[in-house]
Design a protein around this ligand. Structure first.
Ligand code: DX5
Ligand code: ZN
Length: 220
């Protein structure tokens, strides 16, 4: 079985205290830290880039799971590799013509390549990346329109997760958007093992309890 990975989305943290927020999440049992990189173009919101990842890296050894919501992911590979990113997950909608080059470059910089898709994009678009001789190692299924935290989970995306899990038993399948105690069972039973959660974790009075609940649901 694939291992559960609980990844609090640092988008919901206090960015002015990023290092201590990251440490707090790790103390609460987080496996990964999910870092949402947005360029204000691919999505209508602007967040952080390589300089912030580099700063955070000086304070933590944690796996930095970077989710690139940008129009030109290729431009980010070298800087993020240098900055100390661990995973580099790009969007298929932004890399239709150059995903092969992108995956190769991500690996050559020592990061784990992943691909994500928006709610309106069919999973068939990902098969070439999974069947390639140099495949992506993670699929991030968006369960909201990318851009903002705190949106409502889209249960209809679970068909994508189910189909992927059936075809790829050992693939890391990540879900992102609206995950929390009331939606985790749908995602876990569909076959997701990497769980991104922003507002449900940061908004909780006991984040450790929420993280452990999310993990339990994936394990069961
Ligand atoms: C949205 C981001 C998510 C977001 C999730 O575009 O990719 O990672 O922070 O936040 P919640 O868990 O609040 O939906
Ligand atoms: Zn994300």
């Amino acid at each position: 079985m694939v291992k559960p990975k609980i990844a609090p989305s640092m988008l919901s943290s206090d960015f002015a205290n990023l290092a201590s927020e990251a440490e707090r999440m790790l103390q609460c049992g987080a496996d990964w830290l999910h870092m949402d990189i947005m360029d204000g173009h691919f999505v209508p919101n602007l967040t952080i880039g390589a300089p912030v990842i580099e700063s955070l890296r000086k304070h933590t050894k944690a796996y930095l799971d970077c989710h690139l919501m940008v129009s030109n992911p290729l431009d980010y590979v070298e800087p993020l590799g240098k900055a100390g990113a661990s995973g580099f997950t790009f969007h298929i909608e932004a890399s239709k013509d150059n995903w092969k080059e992108l995956v190769q470059l991500i690996k050559s910089k020592g990061m784990t390549p992943g691909v994500s898709l928006k709610p309106g994009t069919p999973i068939e678009d990902l098969y070439p990346l999974l069947e390639d001789e140099n495949p992506v190692e993670l699929v991030l299924v968006m369960t909201v329109e990318p851009g903002f935290g705190g949106q409502k989970f889209m249960p209809e995306m679970m068909d994508k997760v189910r189909t992927l899990r059936k075809n790829y038993p050992s693939l890391d399948i990540e879900v992102d958007g609206g995950l929390g105690p009331s939606t985790i069972d749908m995602a876990a039973s569909a076959g997701a093992n990497c769980i991104v959660a922003g507002s449900s974790v940061f908004g909780a009075s006991d984040p450790a309890q929420v993280i452990s609940l999310l993990r339990k649901s994936v394990e069961d």
